[in-house]
Design a protein around this ligand. Structure first.
Ligand SMILES: [Zn+2]
Length: 226
């Protein structure tokens, strides 16, 4: 790879995209380092939820603000500690060499990409649902159950088969959840393995001596213990 890089023109090398995000969201979710608004705001008393405009959660040291939504409703959102934008979900990326995993931050600030973007749609890590996918799946399951109930109430054919269909649905959900758990366990295993050092800008890479490059490659291969 080194020889190849040296033989390419600097103009060409300047156009090779750098890896922008170090980890995927699914890896961070598998590690449990994810915060959603409902689980954090549950720690605030209901009357304060209606009155306060902003609140800093003492358990996680993250600030939330109440955002107006329509004429009289309000929604709580995180304020990303890095970019100060309003966010629904915060992540904490795993510790890397030279830092302790930093703070809670939104997806781009935490340097996370979606697994589907990095590995494509069929990668096993895609079975780990993001918080939004989990909510959508739960809603869909509930809708299907309700549709089945109303069918069974109005139609004898469905009433006779209701329990069988319900059983099949429950089994499909359990199967999906156990696959997600297996994928999450696999990701947690992967994340502990040494990973490539984030690529330096190419103009800097060209200045590396062969000895330094060899050292970096050994580090990458995990042959040197820190
Ligand atoms: Zn941010």
């Amino acid at each position: 790879m080194t020889d190849l890089r040296r033989s390419l023109s600097p103009e060409f090398i300047a156009h090779i995209p750098r890896r922008r995000y170090e980890f995927t969201i699914e890896e961070v979710i598998a590690g449990g380092a994810v915060l959603t608004v409902p689980e954090v705001i549950a720690q605030l008393a209901p009357h304060k939820r209606r009155l306060l405009r902003s609140w800093t959660c003492p358990a996680y040291a993250v600030r939330l603000v109440a955002v107006r939504c329509g004429a009289c409703r309000r929604r709580w959102r995180f304020v990303c500690p890095v970019c100060q934008e309003r966010r629904e979900i915060l992540y904490k990326r795993p510790a890397q060499r030279g830092d302790d995993g930093a703070t809670w931050a939104c997806r781009p600030c935490a340097g996370l990409t979606y697994s589907s973007k990095r590995h494509g749609p069929r990668h096993p890590s895609r079975r780990v649902p993001t918080p939004r996918q989990a909510v959508i799946a739960k809603r869909r399951d509930e809708l299907e159950r309700r549709a089945l109930d109303s069918l069974a109430n109005s139609d004898l054919w469905w009433a006779q088969r209701r329990d069988d269909v319900l059983y099949a649905m429950t089994r499909a959900i359990a199967e999906r959840e156990s696959e997600a758990a297996r994928s999450a366990a696999w990701l947690r295993e992967q994340i502990r393995r040494p990973r490539p050092i984030a690529s330096a800008p190419n103009e800097i890479t060209l200045l590396f001596t062969p000895e330094l490059l060899a050292t970096l490659q050994r580090l990458n291969a995990g042959q040197m213990s820190a």
